[in-house]
Design a protein around this ligand. Sequence first.
Ligand code: DQA
Length: 147
Amino acid sequence: AGILVLNGPNLNLLGVREPGIYGSDTLSDIESRLEAQARAAGMPIDFFQSNAEHALIERIHQAFRDAVDMIIINPGAFTHTSVALRDALLATAVPFIEVHISNVHAREPFRRHSYLSDIAKGVICGLGPVGYELALQAALQMTYRSL
Ligand code: DQA
């Protein structure tokens, strides 16, 4: 049960990485705010970041075994490349919300296609790090509604 927040490649470099695009918050700044938001709602929350596709896939399989209610995922560049990540989410059928810090539609054309968006509950992009908090707010509402 609970919510899992997954971050893909290079998101461990938030705060340092292209701050003009991704802002100055670090991933741990973002995770602490999500932790507080989930705690206030009495919802268990877990966090995982990896630069490796296989580790993200294994963590999704684990979420299925743990009966996680909802995944919030920023797949980083795997958004645009990974059939394997799509298949892991399809195979486990754990509902998920896709988050991007930047507006992927306003950047290079290759960022416009996502292997995940059509199977996501919803997609948030371009709102900066607050997108994760908005996704959590939606996940909390959807999760409590379905109890
Ligand atoms: C990103 C957008 C992706 O295109 C990029 O590869 C990232 C981050 C975002 O949060 O805006 O790594 O998912």
